[in-house]
Design a protein around this ligand. Structure first.
Ligand SMILES: [Zn+2]
Length: 480
């Protein structure tokens, strides 16, 4: 009895210590600011990059300067140093976020409200317990295969800078379209990995004809890397072309896994025959260790969580074998874009490599979803040169970004990745293209730096609809 009590006490103490250290370790961004710094051209961009690197400041965005501004984050003590450096360089700048932590907090509290809202909605549903059926029947927003949904007269997106606005007007979705859940899982909120995992694990039993779930690897912390396969008939031989979509490569880009889950919902809707032409392979969370860490310890964490000598984490989107380690990386282990010490040193990038190579001949398109910047990026990132398939890639990119804009009026640009100011090397999309996938695209979802990585939950569904419109348009064009 006594020993039992002792053991319980010990457990309680251990729990308290763990809880306390977790709370202690949570990184806060009180007083951290984000500045918009104007960049007119590539040389100015590299000048700012240098300034940021030398000063120990942090470049905030994923694919910088898409709207003519770079976002630079700075801690409270370094504000005067950054401002004076920018003044000396005579670069125009403006304050974007005065207190990063307050934006993190408001995203968090809005997310709690959205999640609670989703639960309340579930309770109100009829007793069937299957809330998905209605969602699955709905959504006739996109015409089926073989028709061209483009607004052909639509102006080519010039990337006009409307980044300050939230832009939810002119939606082609009406209130009746319920695309906001899969099987009661609220698609309009950000979720912890365990919740996403629970959804993924029950999908094959809910939709046994169409979905199989595969573990394609495990992370350093032991989390499974899931690949969801959506097919017209899982018992038929797998011969159809494959649309590949991976999400959550970078931990802090929370909108990305949300987009993958939304996409699964749209594919299950069934009314467009998406599964008759293609098999769809999705990796909803490619970096679950980092994703969880961004929930529990550091909201702005980007890399995975494997310890490397003095620091932790490798930038997975610099770890692929595509001119690895040459451009857009730092070999400082603590840096945001540390590519590891060799290509495919990471479990996550290896898992994606092997899954892609297994189906290489069938993969019609490889899409990797990131944020932010509102961009449709084509190979190469590591070279100013265009690939030999650039003509067709551009045609698809033009139509896809038009379709994305048509959803809510939010502009997306398309183009060669390196020409959006920076070269970067070791990216999954460059690697996939070189591995033989002709259409390899990195999609940067909303926004253009207004909230950046801290996109409010109310913008999840509008953003996911836009990205889905682009992917659907790509699928239509490649099916011809
Ligand atoms: Zn990213």
């Amino acid at each position: 009895m006594r020993s039992q009590r002792c053991a319980r006490l010990q457990l309680l103490v251990m729990w308290l210590v763990t809880a306390a250290s977790t709370a202690e370790q949570r990184k806060t961004y009180d007083g951290h600011r984000v500045y918009d710094v104007a960049v007119a051209n590539r040389s100015q961009a590299s000048q700012i990059r240098q300034l940021v690197d030398d000063g120990g400041f942090e470049l905030w965005d994923d694919k910088g300067g898409s709207s003519g501004w770079l976002q630079v984050q700075v801690g409270p003590d370094d504000v005067p140093r950054l401002e004076s450096a920018l003044n000396t360089s005579e670069v125009p700048f403006r304050l974007r976020i005065a207190d990063v932590q307050s934006i993190i907090d408001s995203q968090q509290s809005e997310n709690e409200a959205h999640r609670a809202g989703g639960r309340a909605k579930d309770l109100l549903r009829d007793g069937s317990g299957n809330s998905s059926s209605r969602a699955m029947r709905k959504l006739n927003a996109f015409p089926g295969f073989g028709t061209n949904a483009d607004n052909r007269r639509g102006r080519l997106d010039s990337g006009s800078d409307r980044d300050g606005a939230e832009l939810e007007t002119n939606s082609i979705y009406d209130e009746e379209d319920d695309d906001s859940d899969i099987d009661g899982f609220n698609l309009g909120a950000y979720h912890r990995f365990s919740d996403i995992e629970a959804l993924l694990r029950r999908l094959p039993t809910r939709f046994p004809d169409h979905i199989t779930l595969h573990v394609i690897g495990r992370t350093h912390e032991g989390r499974p890397l899931y690949l969801v396969r959506l097919r017209e008939d899982v018992s038929a031989p797998a011969t159809k072309p494959v649309m590949w979509i991976d999400c959550g490569v970078h931990a802090r880009e929370w909108i990305s896994p949300a987009i993958c889950l939304y996409t699964i919902g749209r594919l299950l809707a069934g009314d467009q025959g998406w599964l008759t032409k293609y098999d769809w392979h999705l990796v909803p969370v490619m970096n679950p260790d980092g994703y969880e860490y961004s929930h529990t310890h550091d909201r702005l964490w980007r890399k995975n969580r494997r310890p490397v000598n003095y620091c932790t984490g490798v930038d997975l989107n610099r770890n692929f074998a595509a001119r690895w380690g040459t451009f857009g990386v730092t070999f400082l282990e603590c840096g945001l874009t540390f590519p590891g010490y060799r290509p495919f040193s990471e479990l996550e990038s290896r898992a994606v490599r092997d899954a892609v190579l297994r189906d290489r001949r069938r993969i019609a398109a490889f899409n990797s979803i990131h944020s932010y910047g509102q961009l449709w990026l084509l190979p190469y990132g590591y070279s100013w040169f265009a690939s030999k398939d650039i003509g067709r890639q551009r045609r698809v990119g033009r139509a896809a970004t038009r379709a994305m804009r048509a959803v809510n009026g939010v502009p997306y640009r398309y183009g060669i990745s390196s020409r959006v100011l920076y070269l970067d090397s070791g990216t999954s999309t460059d690697w996939a293209y070189r591995a033989g996938v002709r259409h390899s695209v990195a999609i940067e979802a909303r926004d253009k730096g207004f909230y950046g990585f801290l996109l409010p939950p109310r913008l999840i569904l509008p953003t996911a609809r836009e990205v889905w419109a682009g992917l659907a348009q790509q699928a239509r064009m490649l099916a011809r």
